[in-house]
Design a protein around this ligand. Sequence first.
Ligand code: ATP
Ligand code: MG
Length: 138
Amino acid sequence: MYRRILVGYDGSKAGKKAFDEALDLAARDKADLYVLTVVRPPEIGDDVEGEAVIENSRDYHEKLLAPLKRPVSAKGVKGHFEVAVGHPAQQIIYRADRHKADLIVVGDRGRSKFARLLLGSVSKQVVQYAGRAVLVVR
Ligand SMILES: Nc1ncnc2c1ncn2[C@@H]1O[C@H](COP(=O)(O)OP(=O)(O)OP(=O)(O)O)[C@@H](O)[C@H]1O
Ligand SMILES: [Mg+2]
Protein backbone atom coordinates (compact mmCIF):
# COMPACT_ATOMS: atom_id res chain seq x y z
CA MET A 1 0.00 0.00 0.00
CA TYR A 2 1.27 3.45 -0.93
CA ARG A 3 0.44 6.51 1.12
CA ARG A 4 1.97 9.30 -0.91
CA ILE A 5 2.68 9.00 -4.62
CA LEU A 6 4.55 11.62 -6.63
CA VAL A 7 4.30 11.66 -10.41
CA GLY A 8 6.42 13.74 -12.79
CA TYR A 9 4.33 15.21 -15.59
CA ASP A 10 5.78 17.01 -18.61
CA GLY A 11 2.70 17.07 -20.86
CA SER A 12 3.99 14.25 -23.08
CA LYS A 13 2.09 11.09 -24.04
CA ALA A 14 4.39 9.00 -21.82
CA GLY A 15 3.95 11.50 -18.99
CA LYS A 16 0.17 11.15 -19.32
CA LYS A 17 0.50 7.38 -19.18
CA ALA A 18 2.56 7.72 -16.00
CA PHE A 19 -0.06 10.05 -14.54
CA ASP A 20 -2.90 7.61 -15.35
CA GLU A 21 -1.02 4.76 -13.66
CA ALA A 22 -0.17 6.90 -10.63
CA LEU A 23 -3.80 7.96 -10.33
CA ASP A 24 -5.03 4.35 -10.48
CA LEU A 25 -2.57 3.37 -7.75
CA ALA A 26 -3.56 6.35 -5.61
CA ALA A 27 -7.27 5.51 -5.98
CA ARG A 28 -6.61 1.87 -5.13
CA ASP A 29 -4.58 2.69 -2.01
CA LYS A 30 -6.39 5.90 -1.02
CA ALA A 31 -3.03 7.63 -1.26
CA ASP A 32 -2.31 11.33 -1.68
CA LEU A 33 -1.18 12.14 -5.21
CA TYR A 34 1.46 14.81 -5.89
CA VAL A 35 1.55 15.87 -9.52
CA LEU A 36 4.71 17.80 -10.30
CA THR A 37 5.78 19.61 -13.42
CA VAL A 38 9.20 21.23 -13.61
CA VAL A 39 10.07 24.38 -15.54
CA ARG A 40 13.69 24.51 -16.68
CA PRO A 41 15.24 27.91 -16.03
CA PRO A 42 16.63 29.65 -19.12
CA GLU A 43 20.37 29.19 -19.49
CA ILE A 44 21.10 32.52 -21.11
CA GLY A 45 19.78 36.07 -20.91
CA ASP A 46 20.02 38.67 -18.21
CA ASP A 47 18.00 38.55 -14.98
CA VAL A 48 15.06 40.60 -16.19
CA GLU A 49 14.58 38.55 -19.33
CA GLY A 50 15.09 35.36 -17.37
CA GLU A 51 12.32 36.26 -14.93
CA ALA A 52 9.92 36.92 -17.80
CA VAL A 53 10.77 33.62 -19.46
CA ILE A 54 10.23 31.73 -16.19
CA GLU A 55 6.90 33.47 -15.59
CA ASN A 56 5.83 32.64 -19.11
CA SER A 57 6.69 28.96 -18.81
CA ARG A 58 5.17 28.84 -15.33
CA ASP A 59 1.86 29.85 -16.95
CA TYR A 60 2.37 27.23 -19.62
CA HIS A 61 2.98 24.53 -17.01
CA GLU A 62 -0.01 25.60 -14.88
CA LYS A 63 -2.08 25.05 -18.02
CA LEU A 64 -0.55 21.61 -18.46
CA LEU A 65 -1.75 20.61 -15.00
CA ALA A 66 -5.26 22.09 -15.28
CA PRO A 67 -6.90 19.24 -17.24
CA LEU A 68 -5.54 16.67 -14.75
CA LYS A 69 -7.47 18.08 -11.81
CA ARG A 70 -10.88 16.80 -12.80
CA PRO A 71 -9.93 13.10 -13.22
CA VAL A 72 -8.17 13.21 -9.84
CA SER A 73 -11.19 14.49 -7.95
CA ALA A 74 -13.51 12.22 -10.00
CA LYS A 75 -11.67 9.26 -8.50
CA GLY A 76 -11.94 10.67 -5.01
CA VAL A 77 -8.16 11.11 -4.76
CA LYS A 78 -6.58 13.93 -2.80
CA GLY A 79 -4.40 15.68 -5.37
CA HIS A 80 -1.63 18.24 -4.92
CA PHE A 81 -0.51 20.09 -8.06
CA GLU A 82 2.86 21.79 -8.14
CA VAL A 83 4.99 23.73 -10.60
CA ALA A 84 8.68 23.85 -9.66
CA VAL A 85 11.56 25.67 -11.33
CA GLY A 86 14.86 23.88 -11.76
CA HIS A 87 16.40 20.68 -13.04
CA PRO A 88 13.56 18.17 -13.61
CA ALA A 89 15.15 15.03 -12.09
CA GLN A 90 16.61 16.97 -9.18
CA GLN A 91 13.27 18.63 -8.41
CA ILE A 92 11.35 15.34 -8.68
CA ILE A 93 13.73 13.74 -6.16
CA TYR A 94 13.82 16.79 -3.88
CA ARG A 95 10.03 17.14 -3.76
CA ALA A 96 9.52 13.40 -3.27
CA ASP A 97 11.83 13.68 -0.24
CA ARG A 98 10.03 16.74 1.06
CA HIS A 99 6.60 15.10 0.79
CA LYS A 100 7.96 11.78 2.05
CA ALA A 101 6.53 10.08 -1.02
CA ASP A 102 6.81 6.30 -0.88
CA LEU A 103 6.60 5.98 -4.67
CA ILE A 104 7.78 8.11 -7.60
CA VAL A 105 6.15 7.49 -10.97
CA VAL A 106 7.63 8.67 -14.28
CA GLY A 107 7.21 7.80 -17.94
CA ASP A 108 9.94 6.06 -19.94
CA ARG A 109 10.27 9.03 -22.28
CA GLY A 110 9.06 12.56 -22.52
CA ARG A 111 8.78 15.52 -24.82
CA SER A 112 12.16 15.15 -26.47
CA LYS A 113 12.13 14.61 -30.24
CA PHE A 114 15.09 12.23 -30.04
CA ALA A 115 13.60 8.77 -29.74
CA ARG A 116 16.88 6.87 -29.96
CA LEU A 117 17.40 6.28 -26.25
CA LEU A 118 15.76 3.47 -24.30
CA LEU A 119 15.03 5.76 -21.38
CA GLY A 120 14.87 9.54 -21.22
CA SER A 121 17.52 11.32 -19.17
CA VAL A 122 15.03 12.47 -16.53
CA SER A 123 13.63 9.00 -15.83
CA LYS A 124 17.15 7.54 -15.96
CA GLN A 125 18.44 9.99 -13.35
CA VAL A 126 15.40 9.55 -11.11
CA VAL A 127 15.89 5.77 -11.12
CA GLN A 128 19.61 6.22 -10.46
CA TYR A 129 19.55 8.84 -7.72
CA ALA A 130 16.21 8.63 -5.88
CA GLY A 131 16.45 6.95 -2.49
CA ARG A 132 12.97 5.52 -2.82
CA ALA A 133 10.89 3.25 -5.03
CA VAL A 134 10.49 4.38 -8.64
CA LEU A 135 7.97 3.09 -11.15
CA VAL A 136 8.86 3.70 -14.80
CA VAL A 137 5.71 3.33 -16.90
CA ARG A 138 6.21 2.03 -20.44
N1 ATP B 1 9.94 18.87 -16.78
C1 ATP B 1 9.44 17.77 -16.22
N2 ATP B 1 8.61 17.86 -15.16
C2 ATP B 1 8.09 16.76 -14.59
N3 ATP B 1 8.32 15.51 -15.03
C3 ATP B 1 9.14 15.34 -16.08
C4 ATP B 1 9.75 16.45 -16.73
N4 ATP B 1 10.51 15.98 -17.75
C5 ATP B 1 10.38 14.65 -17.72
N5 ATP B 1 9.55 14.23 -16.74
C6 ATP B 1 9.17 12.85 -16.40
O1 ATP B 1 10.15 11.97 -16.89
C7 ATP B 1 9.61 11.10 -17.88
C8 ATP B 1 10.67 10.83 -18.93
O2 ATP B 1 10.98 12.03 -19.61
P1 ATP B 1 12.45 12.37 -20.12
O3 ATP B 1 12.56 13.86 -20.13
O4 ATP B 1 13.44 11.59 -19.33
O5 ATP B 1 12.43 11.78 -21.62
P2 ATP B 1 12.74 12.53 -22.99
O6 ATP B 1 12.13 13.91 -22.97
O7 ATP B 1 12.28 11.59 -24.07
O8 ATP B 1 14.31 12.62 -23.03
P3 ATP B 1 15.31 13.86 -22.69
O9 ATP B 1 14.55 14.90 -21.93
O10 ATP B 1 16.40 13.21 -21.90
O11 ATP B 1 15.78 14.36 -24.02
C9 ATP B 1 8.34 11.82 -18.39
O12 ATP B 1 7.38 10.90 -18.93
C10 ATP B 1 7.85 12.45 -17.11
O13 ATP B 1 7.19 11.48 -16.30
MG1 MG C 1 12.52 15.40 -21.51
